[in-house]
Write a new protein. Sequence first.
Length: 318
Amino acid sequence: MAQVVNPIYDTVFKYLMQDEKVAKVLIGNILKTKVVSIQMNNNEYSAKLPDGKKIFKLDFSATILDKSGKHQLVHIEVQKALEEGEIMRFRSYLGAIYMDQTKKYQESIKNPKTNVETIVEHPLPIHSIYILGHELGDGLDKSVMHGENIFRDEEGNIIQIPANNDYINGLTHTITFVIAPLTKKNVKTHLDRLLTIFSDTAPNSQFIELDEYYDDSDDYRTIMRVLQKASADKQLRGDLDLEQYAWNNQIKMERRISEMGIKLSQMDEQLSQNLVQLSQKEALLTQQEAQLTQKDAQLSQQEAQLTQKDAQLSQQEA
């Protein structure tokens, strides 16, 4: 077993994905294709949401082999989040990519009749990969889920969309979810074994133990080599300590918010009980006031009867 830094941390994940061989291995296996070349774009993004939750994003430009075996330029977006509640932020990033006019490539096409070349622009196909530190709910117990663009005709038959169809491919994208907590459950495939490096999502788990020979493949050895190199990097370990410090503060803040929420809930419950008791006392007071009013009415009636009798006695004496 080898003790290495945990790639579920942003600091380590970025270090890992900056290695071209590792990026090819992980992204190629996740997308089930050969990555011919890949380059990380200089626009990584790490954000802390208003509720304290964090997400991390990396963008890549790559050349892959499409289903027909031809080279295809693509944009690959990798987003990572450990906690739930990041959907709207994910959507905003995706929308920004669709709006980015630089996500395109140019092709020179020659007219066979006029022999004139024309430059044509094509939108880059988009592949989104989400590495999540939480499960997605009941019935979704797979560590990896792929979503592809599937079109059907009115009879339900699948329509094969050519890889060079800009209109459809430019308005859709593929998506893959990697559920980190499930990567060690029901391991069957080569990809399953590669993704077990993300399985430890617990707080204060800067270092994890991995079997160096868990998967006897060049892919796994490539990843292990970079993780071991990262573990010996003093600058990275310093950055990792800072990230852990921030994470611990976030956990403390969430715990305090939770405790305050419990206290507020208890205070609300006590207030509700007090209001019920007050309401009961008010009802009892109203009942007593009604009884007093009734007795006053009876006394008034008795006084009226006495006055009437006095009047009768006065008439008899006269």
